[in-house]
Design a protein around this ligand. Structure first.
Ligand code: SAM
Length: 272
């Protein structure tokens, strides 16, 4: 029934419009029906849901969404792809914004919002942070990304993937792996494997000091926590905070959990 993920349709459309896949925009189109259906199922759509799709491309996900009883907004940077979408999707519940998602005026978006995208891999982390740090009321984010980035988001203390991205994402939301998607599910096939991840934001205030502490703690990954934190803070205040939190100054940041960082932050002696 759906056609926009068929390799023959994609090839023909690109040829008719004299287009080529733009590497710089991370254009690897999803062609696998099963993966597309599973992404849509994982959105937990309800009648009237507000949905933002990042990077609709040729519309493989869009065509599965636009016939639902939802309010769908898509943001696409590539003007050529956008004109194909504008030509083909005239539904009243669909709005296309031709823009770099990182420059999007977020206050124009409806709330609460469900955000999804087979993300352009070159700006995955920036997109995740944009939405997690925003004031928007977000129900959840369902993003397809490079498997290595998903591993970092999901990483636990002590693992090689654990770091600033894991901690800051987990600080803002609960991260869940949904499923892996192989290279052959895309056209053209990327060099890397992909994973679909769901993030449910906690929608709570985050203390900027916690973020500053996490960033400083990982600034010298191989050094002790005391030395890393000393790149941004006074040694005396670090010692006080760690002592109160019952955390050894000689531990390494990669062995501390999110709860440990929250404790250090709440025991910090001076305001930012
Ligand atoms: N959703 C389509 C699919 O699943 O087949 C296309 C996914 S493709 C991996 C990424 C899409 O994001 C492309 O259409 C690309 O042009 C678009 N894109 C890249 N950078 C963008 C940006 N900064 N803002 C908005 N869209 C962007």
């Amino acid at each position: 029934m759906y056609k926009r993920n068929r390799p023959s349709w994609i090839a023909q459309t690109m040829k008719e419009e004299s287009l080529s896949f733009r590497k710089r925009f991370g254009q690897n189109f999803l062609i696998d029906d099963n993966a597309l259906d599973r992404i849509v199922d994982s959105l937990e759509l309800e009648e009237g849901s507000n949905v933002l799709e990042i990077g609709p491309g040729l519309g493989a996900l869009t065509e599965r969404l636009v016939d639902r009883d939802i309010n769908l907004i898509a943001v696409e940077i590539d003007r050529d792809l956008a004109s194909i979408l504008e030509r083909d999707f005239k539904e009243e519940n669909f709005q296309l914004i031709v823009e770099d998602v990182l420059k999007l005026e977020l206050s124009q978006l409806p709330e609460p919002l469900i955000v999804l995208g087979n993300l352009p891999y070159y700006i995955t982390s920036a997109i995740i942070m944009l939405f997690l740090e925003s004031d928007l009321e977000i129900e959840h984010l369902v993003f397809m990304m490079q498997k290595e980035v998903a591993d970092r988001l999901l990483a636990e203390p002590g693992s090689k993937d654990y770091g600033i991205l894991s901690l800051i994402t987990q600080l803002y939301g609960r991260v869940e792996k949904l499923f892996d998607v192989g290279k052959n599910c895309f056209m053209p096939a990327p060099k890397v494997e992909s994973t679909v991840v769901r993030i449910r934001p906690r929608n709570e205030e985050v203390d900027p000091r916690t973020i500053e502490i996490i960033k400083a703690a990982f600034s010298l990954r191989r050094k002790t926590l005391l030395n890393s934190l000393a790149t941004s803070f006074e040694k005396e205040e670090i010692r006080l905070a760690l002592e109160k939190s019952k955390i050894s100054p000689s531990i390494r940041a990669e062995n501390l959990s999110l709860e440990d960082f929250l404790r250090i932050s709440s025991n910090w002696p001076s305001p930012l």
